[in-house]
Design a protein around this ligand. Structure first.
Ligand code: ATP
Ligand code: MG
Length: 138
């Protein structure tokens, strides 16, 4: 059993897709053990995506991630990090496999509906960035 961190991004909350995405998550045997809806401010979004601060898409990414509500989540299950990355699909929905969240719902490479941690270490860091211990109930 392990945990990963997920964000349902503004393009998805705007289109009322939270429940549809959670259905896919739960049907893949990942359990949502922490969840809240937030409006990210610039500082929080920049801190979260600090690794991309020198990328050409960084400013657009921050503008997009602060443009509407997000749902931050902790998902628990066997091999949670890799499992969720597989369910999400490729960053660019044009390359995403049939049946993945991004293939179904993403609008383009930026507005790609979900985030998922890319390693165990980052999952831990990202979970701690958004959640207090008391907000996680397994
Ligand atoms: P995430 O970290 O959100 O789970 P990812 O790991 O698949 O996505 P990253 O390379 O970490 O992809 O990029 C972070 C986010 O930045 C992407 O999910 C997307 O919203 C945006 N992004 C990435 N590449 C581009 C690009 N070339 N043009 C515009 N936006 C991009
Ligand atoms: Mg990433």
């Amino acid at each position: 059993m392990n945990r990963t961190f997920s964000i349902i991004k503004p393009d998805a909350t705007r289109r009322n897709l939270t429940g549809s995405i959670n259905k896919i998550i739960e049907e893949s045997n990942l359990k949502i053990v922490g969840q809240k809806r937030l409006l990210l401010n610039k500082e929080i979004a920049e801190g979260f995506y600090a690794i991309h601060k020198d990328k050409p898409f960084f400013n657009d990414l921050i503008e997009y991630m602060t443009s509407g509500p997000v749902v931050v989540q902790i998902l628990e299950g066997e091999d949670a990090v890799n499992k969720y990355r597989n369910i999400m699909g490729s960053t660019n929905p044009e390359n995403a496999v049939e049946g993945t969240i991004r293939k179904k719902f993403a609008l383009n490479i930026q507005e790609n509906s979900v985030h998922g941690s890319d390693s165990e270490d980052n999952a831990k860091i990202e979970i701690e960035y958004f959640f207090k211990k008391e907000e996680i109930v397994g």
